[in-house]
Design a protein around this ligand. Structure first.
Ligand code: NDP
Length: 334
């Protein structure tokens, strides 16, 4: 497949471009709004051409594009790409408003192309093993989930995420969306209501850099989630607690295929075997398979919309101090 990159971003360089190559994709061109930087980036990443406009990129004869610019640009760039019949692998959050995310989904549907959202965590061996345990009923009746996703934003990423609300800055649009997608993947349901408090611990410039949320699900499950940019020493993790057993997953809210999952039953601990695969390669593989007529991508535009809806409700709850019913708009989960 011939791929174009829209955005000379860190995530493309570190993870997604190599994942495309690992899936036998050809990196044909990269669009950057800074021509000199785009050329240097193309050379560094191994991309054939750097171009200065989207139409130049589309003229390279592509099958798909990967959009990883800052979030306020995703909508227009996706609309232009799908209008050219290109399949789109798009970064999260899909956009900076649910209205824009809705337009993106509709544009991809109208163009009859595949649209995927890059929520990488559902492709981790650890999360897939936990999902299998839940589906097999080994935890009994699920009662509670706890998500620990407080990290330290690396210095080289301490830019627009901290100081540009127009680009979707703040930890909620950046990380809460991942927690929403991961819990939906594990539990098979999205929260109906959220309550949240945000924090500014000195890193965010006019935006939140920490958040704690409590989510209610229709099944009765209650979840606690903690997202932050400010915590250099904290472990990430995820716990699921059921009537028959608990699962403790340590160091699993990350880009690396690492971490451990253990089952606890009345003080007895057993470590579960998990596949250790590259998360991004698996996400790209699912996208490519769907384009080639395989199963539809599970993490599609609608999944991206729903994870954003949880983030939007989280911000609303933090602003008002009230519990907020998540508004999934036209994409209400069953
Ligand atoms: P970056 O800040 O690295 O890149 C975003 C844009 O900023 C680029 O498109 C580029 O513009 C510009 N830019 C990048 N580096 C420089 C620089 N040194 N000087 C000037 N401009 C620069 O963002 P991320 O890679 O962190 O995030 C991009 C998108 O990916 C976001 O939507 C984010 O939410 C998402 N993301 C997803 C992850 C996941 O695991 N799913 C993980 C990390 C990010 P131009 O293209 O015009 O050159």
């Amino acid at each position: 497949m011939r791929w174009g990159l829209i955005g000379a971003s860190t995530i493309a360089r570190e993870w997604v471009a190599p994942a495309i190559v690992a899936n036998d994709g050809e990196l044909v061109g990269v669009y950057s709004s800074y021509p000199a930087r785009g050329r240097a980036y193309a050379e560094q990443v191994g991309i054939e051409r750097a171009v200065e406009t989207l139409s130049e990129l589309f003229d390279l004869g592509l099958d798909a594009v990967y959009i990883s610019t800052t979030n306020e640009l995703h909508r227009e760039q996706l609309e232009e790409a799908v209008a050219r019949g290109l399949h789109v692998f798009c970064e999260k959050p899909l956009a900076t408003s649910l209205a824009d995310a809705d337009c993106m989904i509709r544009a991809a549907q109208r163009a009859d192309v595949v649209m995927a959202t890059n929520h990488h965590l559902r492709h981790a061996g650890s999360h897939r093993r936990m999902r299998d345990e839940v589906a097999a009923g080994t935890l009994g009746k699920l009662i509670t989930a706890r998500v620990f996703h407080a990290v330290y934003l690396p210095e080289h990423l301490q830019g627009w995420r901290l100081n540009n609300p127009g680009a979707g800055a703040g930890v909620v649009l950046d990380i809460t969306v991942h927690n929403a997608d991961t819990l939906a993947f594990l539990l098979g349901e999205y929260p109906t209501h959220v309550m949240a408090q945000t924090q500014n611990a000195g890193m965010g410039q006019g935006v939140e850099d920490g958040c704690m949320g409590i989510w209610r699900f229709a099944s009765g499950v209650q979840a606690y989630t903690h997202e932050a940019f400010t915590m250099p020493h904290a472990h990430t993790g995820l716990e699921l607690h059921g009537s028959l057993a608990s699962l403790y997953a340590d160091n699993v809210m990350t880009q690396q295929p690492v971490g451990t999952v253990s089952r606890h039953v009345l003080g007895e601990r057993s470590v579960l075997t998990c596949e250790s695969n590259n998360l991004y390669e698996r996400g790209v593989a699912a996208f490519v398979a769907a384009i080639r007529g395989g199963p539809a991508v599970e993490c599609d535009g609608i999944a991206g919309y729903r994870s954003m809806a949880v983030a939007v409700a989280t911000l609303e709850s933090a602003r008002t101090g009230c519990e907020v019913a998540v508004d999934y708009g036209p994409y209400r989960p069953d």
